[in-house]
Design a binder for this molecule. Structure first.
Ligand code: FMN
Length: 346
């Protein structure tokens, strides 16, 4: 056996638990992205050997059903559905997934109840959760969650405060009971390998897939990814702690600048007594309503919300999903091979 095939074998061993859990060839999940992760992208990721995930977002159960059926028509491989736990119809959404034999349900956007985890598992699907800290990860496992995603603040979309570098050190050595997938800021296979070696079972990537050929995101959205550097993907800024702003990472544009002005103006109106606290908070929360769709579907990347992770700086061209996944695998294999060479030279 030569060094490359040894390295390939090592990679396979490292992410085998992730592949076994997902039922995929490579332990790479396409992170759910509202408006972006629909039938075309999800099936392309699964068909390329990865694991696609539909973003349910605010979809109704009927709309989700349509998307699942359409995705199943495009791939025979497993894929998941990401459900937001505060969705008012969460139980019906789970039932739709189960009725259509979706293999994995990813419960995002808050701590899921034990009852909903049980509903997923009793219906025959695997239940996946998000762990923003070690204590919560342990609690979720006790509640019956079968795998975890740990997502660092480098990620695109709604983010927590801690980087993946730190989360991985906090969680991976101490939680060995379930497969853990790392997310946030990943753009290369070398980085994925470093987390596999720390004990991760696989990786979840979003930004690099949003800019793929199969992604239905508007051309303007993809072009803004090609132009952007890591430092352009910033988190939303909160002006006053009395009026909390949920941190979302995206490309800075006229919309993000306008959001600051809107907050300042709203706070001024609250201080003048023109608005009560509740209305002021709602006005700030509603600023971005519909804005991800505006950027992804309509292509208004100046005023819409162009959610992107810091990995956006590594997006240099619009490529087919299969090429992106093959590239990640090659980089991972090469990283292992080079590491072996370094060890044997010294
Ligand atoms: C445009 C966009 C939309 C996203 N929407 C969601 C979502 O609806 N639900 C969710 O759990 N995560 C969402 N995410 C996070 C991704 O699933 C994934 O974890 C993240 O993109 C990983 O970090 P990366 O972008 O650096 O690869 C979104 C990310 C992006 C870039």
């Amino acid at each position: 056996m030569n060094a490359k095939s040894d390295a390939r074998e090592t990679l396979q061993k490292l992410w085998q638990p992730g592949c076994d859990f997902l039922g995929s060839e490579v332990a790479v999940l396409g992170g759910a992205m509202s408006w972006v992760s629909e039938r075309n992208l999800v099936s392309a990721i699964s068909n390329a050997g990865g694991f696609g995930v539909i973003a349910c977002g605010a979809m109704s159960p009927e709309r989700l059903e349509e998307e699942i059926v359409a995705t199943q028509a495009l791939t025979k491989r497993p894929f998941g559905v990401n459900l937001i736990t505060m969705h008012p119809d969460l139980e019906r959404l789970v039932d739709v997934c189960l009725a259509h034999k979706v293999t994995h349900v990813i419960l995002a956007g808050g701590v899921p109840s034990s009852a909903i985890i049980r509903r997923v598992r009793d219906g025959g699907a695997r239940a996946v959760g998000f762990a923003p800290a070690l204590a919560l990860g342990k609690r979720l496992v006790k509640m019956g969650i079968e795998a975890l995603v740990i997502e660092g603040s480098e990620a695109g979309g709604h983010v927590g405060p801690v980087s993946l570098t730190v989360l991985a050190q906090e969680i991976l050595p101490h939680l060995r009971d379930v497969p853990i997938f790392v997310a946030g800021g990943l753009g290369r296979g070398d980085a994925v390998v470093s987390y596999l070696e720390q004990g991760a079972a696989g990786a979840q990537l979003g930004t690099v897939f949003a800019a793929s050929q199969e992604s239905i995101a508007h051309e303007n959205f993809k072009k803004s990814f090609l132009r952007a550097n890591a430092r352009d993907a910033v988190t939303s800024v909160q002006l006053d702690e009395q009026f909390p702003v949920i941190p979302v990472r995206g490309l800075s544009n006229a919309g993000t600048r306008q959001f600051l002005k809107h907050q300042a103006e709203t706070i001024r109106r609250f201080q003048n007594g023109e608005l009560n606290k509740e209305d002021a908070q709602l006005s700030i929360e509603h600023f971005w309503a519909g804005s991800l769709r505006r950027a992804v579907i309509d292509g208004d990347v100046e005023n819409g919300s162009v959610m992107a992770g810091q990995s956006v700086g590594m997006v240099k061209e619009i490529r087919p999903v299969s090429e992106i996944i093959a590239g990640l695998v090659e980089q991972a294999v090469e990283a292992i091979e080079k590491r072996e060479q370094r060890i044997h030279v010294s």
